[in-house]
Write a protein that binds this ligand. Sequence first.
Ligand SMILES: [Zn+2]
Ligand SMILES: [Zn+2]
Length: 505
Amino acid sequence: MERGEKVHWADVIAEDLIKTGRRPVVATGISPSGPIHIGNLREVITADAIYRALHDRGAEDARLIYIADTYDPLRRLYPFLPDSYEEHVGRPLSAIPDPEGCCESYAAHFLQPFLESLDELEIDIEVYRADLMYANGDYDEAIVKALRMRDRIALIIDEVTGKVTSHDWSPFNPICKSCGRLTTTIVTGFDTDRMIVSYRCRCGDENEVPVRGGGKLTWRVDWPARWAILGVTAEPFGKDHASAGSSYESGIKLSREIYDYDPPYPIPFEHVLLKGKGSMSSSKGVTITISEMLSCIPPEILKYIMIRVKPEKHIEIDPGLGLLNLIDEYERLDIGSVRSKKLSATKKSLMIDVPFRHIVNIVQIAEFDAEKTLEIIKRGGYRVDDLETVRRYVEYAKEWLERFAPQSVRFEVRQEIPREVDEIPPEVREGLVELADFLMHEGIDAEMVHQEVYAIAERIGVKPKEIFKGIYLSLLGRKSGPRAGWFLTSLDRDFVVRRFEGVER
Ligand SMILES: [Zn+2]
Ligand SMILES: [Zn+2]
């Protein structure tokens, strides 16, 4: 920790975890029931920040794990699904076909891009697939215990929720052999010697399933069972799971009383909101996907957005100008503090030493050409010569401009004289010609251009604002644009001179 730096919340949590003396196993769990968006990512990045802080403190045996809830049932027909998927509601995600037909299952389809993003974010996480854990027998013992202690479990859940579970409720939901659903079955008996559970399904089927791979524990029981199975000692989760009557509250009791396991250190976190739209949610269609975001900004910025505030605070994402402000903030941070320690891991930082706000202008002048962009960057006095990095930034800026940028920052240098020049009064046109003459001198920099605009304005008796307007109208066909001195010195000099002279005619 640098001197004078505020202690980061992840360091505080890491200290707490180390004090418990338990092996730190930081768990996350996200259901691949739809596109996994940047709201979901908060959970993993929060866990990763704690994991890194643990390693910083010498906790070499710390682990970071992700349980993909691939065995969850499809809850309902989400808006992004075809109507034909109605029949799959209630079936485990791992047993439903991929809606787009490209992967082995529904679960795999949404899991795969998420895992790829984690890779890109340099989050080194051990992945468990819930369907495989059940199929491998990892849950066998927990299921048997739950079946045997059904009444006590029901009592604990009733106590916490203030509701009464129905007489035919079971902590275990068999998957119907006939219709494949696990939300429509009722347990009618079990035999722990033969390791089978018998059930009756709403579809009319009555049958038996094996404990191993034949069904799933209900969420409130699955969660604490998993803590014990995997030795989880810390877990971030959405604050909805943390309120009174929540699954964390019942989980604590079930963990202690049924599974004889000390529940993990809870790290409840607040929602990620999309500016003007509310909480991010795939099922409501209010979402930015992780890959969408990573197409516009380097991974470490996305991580920074997620860890700059404490977990108990909302994050509101404004992918437009707000994002530029955050990048500015990040670029001003002290390298070596939070910037390198919590975010970029072993690989070298992907950042470029030119403000992103500036790059957004440059790429538009350079018409998204990487070599031209690099040329302008160098002309601006930046010591950058890695064309590959520049190329990546051209892509970031291009994607951001297309997806999220407000109109005010988008511009296009017109190859022909725009007809909007008609709006320029004759005396201002003369001023532009004078400016063209001035630009012909060697060694003109941005500041000198500004001073010259003021001097010309005074000589010809117009407001400087009018000349600036004339500059933008003649080059962009609109009344405003990037800072004029910089803008004119970034463009090809002959091009600008020809244009200003052309406007006079
Ligand atoms: Zn697919
Ligand atoms: Zn059935």
